[in-house]
Ligand binder design. Structure first.
Ligand SMILES: Nc1ncnc2c1ncn2[C@@H]1O[C@H](COP(=O)(O)OP(=O)(O)O)[C@@H](O)[C@H]1O
Ligand SMILES: [Mg+2]
Length: 322
């Protein structure tokens, strides 16, 4: 699966420049073309234990059962182990500064993929390259890929400022510098007036803004977002879409944003990746060159939506049969 076009730089070598200059230029262009993130041939299955007792079957996630419990179960029931394949060789390259959205129906493996990228989970095989370097769990790259979840996972006993400073405190950034950085991002998400507020005093939308500021404060190479606005009301979500587009423009961050909502995916992404639970792989990608902010009612976006929906068809048939 090729997900990236040929480098736009390859034909840009200037005529008449010296051999050495050309070599330097080529070297630079190769560097320019290294993806910020390359998910390479990733496979992932989950193991389950199915126990049959008096004709009824019970599926249990195998990993969550202690060996003693397994022994007890196998004494009283017939059981066998099965595997549920979720990702079947996913290969995805993301350019520096690109805003990529991944869309697919519930259960197709979006969170699994994002968890692997964030190193919250391990693939069965395949690798992760960050700016061309094979990921190694010992080189602390994971702090450079920060995940924002549907539930903001903030610390309720800390105020907004302290939450945003948290990662910097861990990284032992000096107090004054910490405050400076936090102030910058709290302002960027429009919460300057609330920096002393405790998290439980904030609305859902404000909490997600704090989560975004907290993630940006540690200057991640890639911002990973797993359905971050799914629990918000429509108006708040629309507002946060606009703000996220603004933040992407200001910071130039590479963003990988997962959603089951097609409208959201096509409104935000430079590129929309359709993940399929039938293929357990990427089914199609759409490059969207319409400038942001985009009008959700525009005919061009409607046309793209129809095409994305068409890619969903196989998955929807399966959902109906379930
Ligand atoms: N920790 C886990 N143990 C067992 N099965 C899991 C686990 N996490 C996810 N799955 C299964 O993998 C599939 C994909 O899940 P997920 O990645 O959460 O989908 P999505 O985010 O697209 O809704 C689902 O069938 C889910 O039940
Ligand atoms: Mg999910």
């Amino acid at each position: 699966m090729t997900l990236i076009e040929t480098s736009p730089y390859t034909n840009k070598i200037k005529n008449g420049s010296s051999h050495q200059e050309r070599q330097e230029q080529q070297k630079q262009e190769t560097l320019d073309f290294i993806p910020a993130l390359h998910v390479k041939d990733v496979y992932k299955s989950f193991d389950y234990k199915i126990s049959k007792n008096n004709g009824s079957s019970k599926i249990t996630n195998y990993d969550h059962i202690s060996s003693e419990q397994q022994q007890l179960l196998s004494n009283s029931t017939r059981s066998f182990r099965t595997s549920h394949e979720v990702l079947n060789g996913v290969d995805l390259k993301i350019r520096e500064g690109e805003f990529v959205t991944i869309v697919g129906p519930s259960g197709c493996g979006k969170s699994t993929l994002l968890n692997i990228i964030a190193e919250l989970d391990k693939p069965d095989s395949g690798s992760l390259l960050i700016r061309g370097t094979v990921n190694d769990i010992n080189n602390a790259l994971s702090t450079k890929r920060i995940m924002i979840f549907q539930e903001s996972a903030l610390f309720p006993w800390l105020n907004v400022q302290e939450n945003v400073e948290f990662g910097l405190r861990i990284a032992k950034v000096h107090k004054e510098r910490r405050r400076q950085i936090a102030d910058k991002y709290i302002e960027m998400v429009g919460l300057s007036k609330f920096s002393e507020s405790l998290v439980y005093q904030l609305s859902g939308g404000m909490k997600q803004r704090v989560a975004i500021a907290r993630a940006l404060a540690i200057e991640p190479e890639v911002l990973l977002m797993d359905e971050p606005f799914a629990a918000l009301d429509v108006q708040t979500r629309d507002l946060l879409h606009e703000e996220l587009v603004g933040i992407h423009k200001t910071t130039g961050k590479t963003i990988l944003f997962v959603t089951h909502n097609i409208n959201e995916a096509i409104l935000l992404g430079d590129r929309v990746i359709v993940l399929s639970s039938v293929l357990k792989d990427i089914k199609k990608e759409f490059q969207i060159d319409i400038p942001r902010p985009r009008d959700p009612e525009s005919p061009e976006l409607y046309e793209i939506k129809k095409q994305v929906l068409r890619e969903f068809e196989g998955d929807l048939q399966i959902a109906k049969r379930k």
